[in-house]
Design a protein around this ligand. Structure first.
Ligand SMILES: Cc1cc2nc3c(=O)[nH]c(=O)nc-3n(C[C@H](O)[C@H](O)[C@H](O)COP(=O)(O)OP(=O)(O)OC[C@H]3O[C@@H](n4cnc5c(N)ncnc54)[C@H](O)[C@@H]3O)c2cc1C
Length: 383
């Protein structure tokens, strides 16, 4: 039996957060978090992010000077569990806070840190991340969008795709090729681009379920000032792969999220059963199997968090946890859809069935993650 109990200080932190969420998180905000493609819902969550940030309940792992509270690793774990269980919406700038901010903290100038980070936490600025291109996804280093030096700045041309929030963003962390003669991983630079500059055209791309979360973004001779460079010129690959993060317990979100989803499915199945009747045994067996996998995911995630706290290899364990999370999320959505039908819980399971397809693609595909697991967890040779 694994003992997951936490020290009293972490549990005290849990109570403090729980009572703040209890006093501030409303049903309207929770509902808005489920409809983020909608303009009004997006505005509600943005406003909620400001309130959280002002109370120092967002980006809690960050240093205080940038808007965080320097939370410990265990406090971060508790934070993930509690915010997910309370159905607190993901921050508008979730990619910014988790992926872009660490790069700004590691590579940014003092001016970039001071001007960009506090506004990112409060969602005063909305951020997107321009990595993927039509011919560069898993193999990011194949990217072709160029930035040529021009006087004191750069001129950017090319196209990005699947850019989450690209159509809403104020800033983009953009990866561009600055030295076309260099080998693939060299000659890439990272720019912080103001999305209101002339020559930028962000066209929303609707997804399978009719919602619009991302865009394709075109850059046509966009003039970007030299102060936009983040990190060394031609050193963008290091910026893209930066692992410096004050956030050491992100993996906790994965198991907490699927446990909540499974609980909701169990509740919906119970509510849909005929009066006095029971959920059929085949469905119950599928539910039980998913619950076991959710427990396994918790162990995997906590192993990853533990590695992060003790300086171990988090990349490999996080890749494995992400694969298990994606497959579990897809199977929970499939069971909800199969058993409750397209209209079950007001069509929620049909929506999830469709949107869950992206879980095994976004942020690293399952196939690529399995390669990482094969090489770094199982020690198998590269092909
Ligand atoms: C919801 C969502 C949000 C996203 N948000 C962003 C964003 O904000 N910014 C951004 O830049 N990108 C974003 N993306 C893009 C995402 O990062 C890419 O879709 C992903 O990296 C895969 O790239 P690709 O679509 O070009 O597929 P490809 O890389 O072309 O892959 C196609 C298929 O080949 C497989 N494959 C590729 N290489 C290997 C390999 N070496 N071994 C085995 N199989 C392989 C893949 O698993 C996949 O099945 C988002 C995607 C989604 C779904």
């Amino acid at each position: 039996m694994v003992d997951f109990s936490l020290p009293a200080t972490a549990e005290h932190f849990r109570q403090e957060l729980r009572s703040w969420l209890g006093a501030n998180l409303t049903d309207d905000v929770v509902a808005a978090g489920r409809r983020m493609a909608d303009d009004h819902a997006f505005a509600v969550v943005r406003d909620w992010n400001r309130r959280m940030a002002d109370a120092r309940w967002l980006a809690i792992s960050w240093p205080e000077e940038y808007g965080g509270r320097g939370a410990t690793g265990l406090e971060q774990l508790v934070y993930m569990e509690e915010t997910v269980r309370a159905r607190c919406p993901l921050p508008v700038n979730v990619i910014g806070l988790n992926n872009i901010a660490p790069a700004i903290m590691q590579f940014g100038t003092d001016e970039q840190k001071r001007s960009l980070l506090p506004r990112m936490v409060r969602a005063d600025d909305v951020w997107c991340q321009g990595m993927s291109e039509p011919e560069a996804g898993s193999d990011l280093a194949s990217l072709r969008t160029t930035a040529r030096r021009d006087g004191d700045g750069f001129v950017v041309s090319g196209q990005k795709i699947w850019t989450s929030l690209g159509h809403r963003a104020d800033y983009c962390q953009l990866f561009v090729r600055t030295d076309p003669e260099a080998t693939k991983h060299q000659g890439i630079s990272c720019l912080v681009v103001d999305m209101r500059l002339p020559g930028i055209d962000a066209r929303p791309v609707p997804t399978l379920n009719g919602e619009t979360h991302f865009a394709e973004v075109f850059f046509d001779e966009v003039r970007v000032p030299s102060g936009a460079l983040l990190g060394p010129l031609h050193g963008g690959w290091g910026v893209a792969t930066t692992t410096l993060s004050h956030e050491r317990a992100n993996a906790a979100r994965l198991y907490a999220e699927q446990q909540v989803r499974l609980r909701e499915l169990a509740d919906d199945l119970g509510a849909a059963a005929p009066p006095g009747g029971e959920v059929d045994p085949v469905t119950l067996r599928r539910l039980g199997e998913l619950a076991t996998r959710a427990d396994l995911l918790e162990v995997l995630c906590k192993r990853s968090v533990s590695a992060a706290l003790h300086g171990g290899d988090t990349f490999a364990s996080a890749s494995l946890a992400k694969t298990v999370w994606a497959e579990l999320g897809q199977d929970i959505a499939a069971l909800g859809f199969d058993t409750l039908g397209a209209d079950g819980a007001d069509g929620r399971w049909a929506q999830l069935r469709l949107s869950a397809r992206s879980l095994s693609i976004a942020g690293g595909t399952t196939q690529v993650n399995k390669n990482v697991t094969a090489q770094r967890v199982l020690g198998l040779p590269r092909r």
